[in-house]
Design a binder for this molecule. Sequence first.
Ligand code: SF4
Ligand code: SF4
Length: 184
Amino acid sequence: MESVVETVKTGTSFLEEAKRRSGEDLSLCYQCLKCTAGCPTAPFMDVRPNNLIRMIQMGRKEEVLGSSAIWLCVSCETCGTRCPNKIDIGVLMDALREMAIEEGIPAKERNIHLLHEAFVQSIKRGGRVHEATMLIDYKLRSRDFLTDLIPGMMLFLKGKIPLFPSFIKGREEIKRIFEKCEKK
Ligand code: SF4
Ligand code: SF4
């Protein structure tokens, strides 16, 4: 069994690693709950964003990296905008997902990592997400062709999912950012 000293050491290193990777000073969080109150996906998370920060401070690495919360964050940045200490949990969630993948900790939600991959690839292609091709990419990766098919068709028929992608002007810059990140 891990000694108290080792637990403290592990906890400290997890906090430090999360801070280093995200660039967010998580020690500043004083649990005001403003992040969670504004988070659109918090009601569906097993651990609320403010609690996740507290668990990181306490070094509860396995629980944090194994939570569904880190995969359900949609990086909307509402938390970062509301936080009085300017802690951007969306950026932190990216870092935690990266750590979970490196540690081989699977996501609780089936295929959610494939959706994230399809999302990132869509940005890589056009500089912004194109929902139609992203969803086709996701369906091919997951081989789950039937889930959400009817709501997807309804959105398409209502013109909410454009057929053709619109690319941003700075696609070359986006390409360079991806190349730089992939080299790390
Ligand atoms: S809004 Fe900021 S300080 Fe408040 S609980 Fe969330 S992360 Fe902590
Ligand atoms: S960035 Fe993530 S954690 Fe923050 S408010 Fe949006 S969904 Fe919630």
